[in-house]
Each structure stands twice: as structure tokens, then as C-alpha cells.
Design a binder for this molecule. Sequence first.
Ligand SMILES: [Zn+2]
Ligand SMILES: [Zn+2]
Length: 253
Amino acid sequence: MKLTVLGSTAGTPSRTNPASGYLVEHGETSIWMDAGTGTFMELARHVDPGTLDAVLLSHTHVDHCSDLFGLYGYLAYGPSGDVPIKVFAPEGGPDHLASFARATAEHTFNSVLDFDEVFPGDAISVGDVNVRFGDAIHPVPALVTRLDAGGATLVYSGDTGPGSDLAEMAEGADVLLCEASIAGIRDERSYPFHLTAGEAGEVAERAGVGQLILTHIGALMDPQVSVGEASAVFSGDVGYAEQGLTLEIEGDG
Ligand SMILES: [Zn+2]
Ligand SMILES: [Zn+2]
């Protein structure tokens, strides 16, 4: 399974790094995981967006879903593709996105994109990739995503605060792609719906993952400081989801 980081800036794109978005490929299967601001153009540098097997949205904050409208335009009014393309989103996500597009049931939006709501505990297959969802702690419905293919496992936190299903979902994963929106030590003023880099490291240690990749780091933060904070609590390898990073995830299969 191959992971490509299309963008990883928290909350907003920066001048050089889009918001959250990843391309996951395994054999003939390609999945766009989170469609944050600026990631559609990056996606199109790697694959023809019309050939995607599915889009997985962790939640519908704009920094994780706004470029879905780029795919919509591409499919409806541009080069098109193998439509409809499946889009999996958490509770309320499909309605929320359709309302922005002013889409009725008969609208083109709903003929080029085929939406399914997914809930924590759900499992789906996309081509050769098995996907399971867990509960994230965030102000809107949000999901933790686990992808298994060819004996390799990738787990993505989406946006979450402490107390989610993340550590259970990440049990034994080869790679944990984990948000680390907050630097330093949590105190009573810290935002409860994101993780510190140290907390990401604690989850990785508890779940016994092979490698931790930190993502969703703010444009004004130094990712290497976050990597250092996570490394202080996780005994395995810690990296940063730099824009353009490509990772071949080798499993035991
Ligand atoms: Zn976010
Ligand atoms: Zn969010």
C-alpha cells in the first residue's frame, strides 16, 4: 500500500502546503483520503481524478473536504471519468456538502458523486482495500480510518481530541498517520478537540505501531519540534507528513 501526502497543513493551506489530503494506492485501487483545500490539484499530479475508486472524508470541516467540489467540477463539466465515484462521509456529511452545491437529488452533483454515510464501527471495501471506521472526538461527526491491504495497515486519525477510538483502531498498524495540531504540554486552556504531538506519541506507543507520521501541523509551527515531542514518548520511528512525501507501507503479507 502506498501513501502520498497531498497536503498536511492544519486548518488552512499555507503558500507551499495544502490542507489535509492523502492519496492511498494499492494495486489498481486508488483512494483520495480527505479532500482539503488545495489537494485536488496535487491529487491530479499523481492520478487521473476520474479514475478514483473512492473518496473518504474524515469529517466536513473545510480543511478536509472543500476540494471535493474540484472533483465534482472535473467529473461534471471537465474531462469526467468513471462516474459515479463513491464518497464516504460521516453522519450528516452528504447533506452538508450537497447543500453547499445547492444540489437536489436530481442534480449533477448526485449523479457524478455517489454518497454514503458511514459511522464508527462500519466496515467497507474499496477495491482491494478493507476500510474500518472508528469514532473521533471533534465538534462535528468525525471518523478515525483504518485501511488494510496486502497485509499492510495504515491508520489515519482525521481530526480528534484525546479519548477517541484511535489507539484501539491503530493496534499493530504499520503506519499511524496522526494529527498533532498542538505543540507543547496540554493544560486547561488547550483545545480539547485536537491532539498534542506528545499525545500522538502516546497513542502510537500504546497501539504498538511500526511508524508514526505526524500531520495536521499549523503553518506557523515547526514540525521538527513536534517530531521531537512525539519521539520523547514513542519508542519507534517518528516522521512528519511533509507535502509530497511518499511512503511504501510494507505489511507482513
Ligand atoms: Zn482539520
Ligand atoms: Zn476538523
